[in-house]
Design a protein around this ligand. Structure first.
Ligand SMILES: [Zn+2]
Length: 322
């Protein structure tokens, strides 16, 4: 080991001794891509995910979510405990991420929005792929109340897709669905139907020792849904689908988008508990301990592109107890 490596290891060890005791860090991922996608620059590549999992096994204690929740309840969490989770159900989870997880023996939990399995596509992906595939250097969306976008290079395409996503994000679900369909038909190019997992891929993750959780059917923001019975249906149907597929109970739920108050309320938190889930995960940043609400376990992922910064930010997160 060279000097820098030794100093780095020592520093990490010292910092972790102070901050990681009896605290659980849960990482959130969505996708792992075979190579950098300029339309999705923040998604890790297989190579980046590989060193991230290496960091976890070297300095932390990766455990399954089931073990983690039991350990929180039993007050016997190993120090430096960390869980890995994936949201939404992208096919690359089963095609690429699982190989790295197995290589480093890191257990993970995959939260599936069941309505997109077997050829579906989330609306934001439809926008990204439509703008990526649009022919010519201009995409004029003024007829549907949006802008005229210049698409001369990939950066402009990424920016264009981001702008469209930002301007349609907060519309109600039916309007948004219609608008995204209109955009796709103006573009007139085929969109991929293999972004999300098939049933068989979900089964394969489970067969390989990974855990599966519910993430609603249509990934609608609970806070924006009419009433409690609609939310209950979205949550319950995704759970029942996965239970039928896997032949076992589904114990965990992750709130779509996952920010408290903006995306879900205390009523939804209580609903998830009353439905008999064992725990639910938000996307609020931070770590958990014994006292943390099991139905609002926070998550966090460092976004850094170097192991040093990634590790530093992960250590720093242990100070953010919720
Ligand atoms: Zn999600």
């Amino acid at each position: 080991m060279n000097l820098i490596n030794r100093v780095f290891s020592k520093t990490v060890e010292t910092l972790l001794r102070v901050d990681s005791r009896q605290k659980l860090s849960i990482l959130i991922y969505h996708r792992v891509l075979p190579e950098r996608d300029p339309m999705r620059p923040f998604e890790p590549t297989v190579d980046e995910f590989d060193w991230q999992m290496k960091v976890l096994t070297r300095f932390f204690q990766p455990i399954s979510l089931t073990e983690a929740v039991s350990a929180l309840d039993g007050d016997n969490l190993p120090s430096r405990a960390v869980c890995v989770t994936f949201d939404d159900g992208y096919a690359d989870n089963e095609q690429f991420a699982i190989k790295t997880l197995q290589k480093w023996q890191v257990p993970a939990t995959f939260f599936i929005a069941t309505g997109f399995l077997n050829g579906g596509r989330m609306w934001n992906d439809s926008v990204i792929e439509a703008v990526r595939n649009a022919r010519g250097a201009v995409l004029d969306l003024r007829q549907v109340g949006l802008d005229r976008f210049t698409l001369e290079n990939i950066n402009q395409r990424r920016q264009g897709a981001e702008n469209i996503i930002a301007s349609v994000k907060h519309r109600d679900a039916a309007d948004r669905e219609k608008l995204v369909e209109d955009i796709a038909s103006i573009v007139g190019e085929p969109l991929p139907d293999d972004l999300m997992m098939s049933d068989a891929q979900v089964v394969n993750l489970r067969k390989n020792g990974m855990e599966i959780g519910a993430h609603t059917v249509n990934h609608l923001i609970l806070r924006k849904m009419g009433d409690k019975s609609d939310a209950e249906k979205e949550i319950g149907e995704s759970r029942r689908y996965l239970e039928a597929l896997l032949g076992e109970a589904i114990d965990f739920f992750a709130y779509p988008n996952g920010k408290f108050d903006r995306d879900y309320s205390l009523d939804h938190r209580d609903l998830v508990e009353s439905m008999g889930f064992r725990a639910a995960l938000s996307t609020e940043w931070g770590v958990s301990n014994r006292a943390t609400d099991r139905f609002q376990l926070p998550r966090f992922t460092p976004w850094d592109k170097t192991p040093l910064r990634f590790t530093g930010r992960l250590i720093n997160n242990y100070r953010n107890l919720r």
